[in-house]
Design a protein around this ligand. Structure first.
Ligand SMILES: [Cu+2]
Length: 456
């Protein structure tokens, strides 16, 4: 029960706290600077240099934006522009991106340095850039109309502030975001710590940004109005097999920084063969006691996570979104369910009216081995096994695997770990030690283990 004396005492404490806050003091020991964006008066430090102050990240199929130092400030130039982008061989679209890449231009900087980022708008529409997760003066936050005027087509704006944090962040358009993010205006913003703890230093430091697009067959642009049925699911703007593999040497300490700026979907990213530790959120790095083990990390839209592991198991390990529709390329999701159905010549009949029609396979989609272009086929018809596809379509294109065609696409890549590497270039498919690959069981083995496979 609260006595009047206690009530007055707590009121007095609140008043004291409010006075302290008003005077710029701290309200309590728990509510410290780490929750408030850090002290605004933290001094600017000299620019950090790769090799001396940090080890650069690797953005598979992408790269870090160039910079120069002018009077102690790290100067970047980001260009928003239309790009004829290849999601994977066979699927191109006119997207919007930054400085020559769609999703794959990473900004890399160091805690404490001052950055000046010029943004040139070469789009046909106004734009802005929001620095997602960063502590900065409000007027640098990039929200069109709220904190700045939009950048008109053809003009260049300047953003400048001092980086007062480190970690994995993102940047994206904040003008007509549905359209502009849906066209590809997103990227990762990595800030290295000024004085990393030994446990923060890794051998391989990968960056992946997740996104989703709607590209209809025989069209040349993503449709940003789509709100649920995405058919091109990407990491760094690429869908499998278009994305470079993540390559590590056995024993390497590996960090994978993942961000999600998809339009609508969260993505549970699963790595085969390993467990990893979630070591940082977009808020801050977690102390060792607060890091947690996982095999799948969920990336909500707008979130980043860092995961770390020791690459102690050689092989080709799949790493992918675990939503099964997100590991297919350019699927149509309104097909009739034909699993278990004998379609006969249904395709031929329907194609008289709908030339691009294709029935879902009767055992699923995995066994369909088709490629080609509808224009190559002419009047020859479209038998199963020789199915033609509309232009700019990759749904069923064969992806060669080490053993057989791979029935995977979309938000999927391969973590390749090798005992010996002369470089971190793609080493090709893994060569498994003899006797370590699943294969047809012999009759002798079945007899030995009394496995009865006779039909009843
Ligand atoms: Cu997904």
């Amino acid at each position: 029960m609260t006595t009047r004396r206690k009530f007055l005492a707590s009121g007095a404490a609140l008043a004291t706290g409010a006075a302290a806050m008003a005077a710029g003091g701290k309200a309590s020991a728990q509510w410290d600077e780490s929750y408030s964006g850090g002290p605004v008066d933290r001094p600017t430090l000299p620019p950090g240099l790769p090799g001396r102050d940090y080890k650069p990240v690797v953005t598979p199929s992408g790269g870090s934006l160039e910079w120069k130092i002018v009077d102690g400030v790290k100067v970047f130039h980001l260009v928003a522009e239309e790009i004829d982008h290849e999601f994977t061989p066979g699927l191109n679209a006119l997207c919007w991106g930054y400085s020559g890449r769609v999703n794959g231009t990473t900004i890399e900087a160091v805690e404490g340095e001052r950055v000046r980022i010029y943004v040139t708008n070469k789009l046909p529409a106004p734009t802005t850039v929001h620095w997602h997760g960063l502590y900065l003066p409000n007027g640098m936050d990039g929200v069109s109309g709220l904190t700045q005027k939009p950048i008109p087509p053809g003009e260049t704006f300047k953003y400048e502030w001092t980086l007062r944090q480190h970690g994995t962040f993102m940047y994206h358009s904040h003008h007509d975001t549905m359209t502009q993010e849906g066209m590809g205006l997103i990227g990762m913003f990595i800030i290295h710590p000024r004085d990393p703890d030994p446990d923060q230093i890794v051998d391989r430091d990968f960056v992946l940004i997740l996104a989703e697009y709607r590209v209809d067959p025989d069209t040349r642009r993503p449709n940003p109005l789509e709100n649920s049925d995405y058919n091109v699911l990407t990491m760094n703007g690429k869908c499998f097999p278009g994305l470079d593999s993540l390559v590590a040497k056995t024993g390497d300490k590996v960090r994978i920084r993942i961000g999600n700026l998809s339009q609508m979907n969260h993505h549970p990213i699963h790595l085969h063969g390993y467990r990893f530790r979630v070591t940082a959120t977009d808020g801050e790095r977690l102390p060792l006691s607060a890091q947690w083990p996982e095999t799948t990390v969920l990336l909500a839209v707008g979130q980043t996570r860092e995961i770390e592991l020791i690459a102690d198991a050689p092989g080709d390990w799949a790493m992918h979104c675990h939503m099964t529709h997100h590991t297919m390329n350019q699927m149509g999701h309104n097909l009739p369910n034909m699993v278990g159905v004998e379609p006969g010549d249904l395709d031929r009949k329907v194609q008289q009216f709908l030339p691009g029609y294709m029935t879902m396979g009767q055992t699923g989609m995995g066994g369909m081995d088709m490629s080609g272009d509808i224009s190559d086929v002419g009047d020859r018809g479209m038998d199963h096994g020789e199915m033609a596809l509309p232009k700019n379509t990759i749904a069923m294109r064969k992806i060669e695997g080490a053993f057989a065609p791979l029935s995977a696409g979309g938000m999927f890549t391969v973590f390749k770990v090798r005992d010996r590497l002369s470089s971190y270039d793609d080493p090709g498919w893994y060569r498994h030690p003899p006797g370590t690959v699943a294969d047809k069981a012999s009759a002798a083995e079945l007899r030995r283990d009394k496995i009865n496979i006779s039909q009843t």
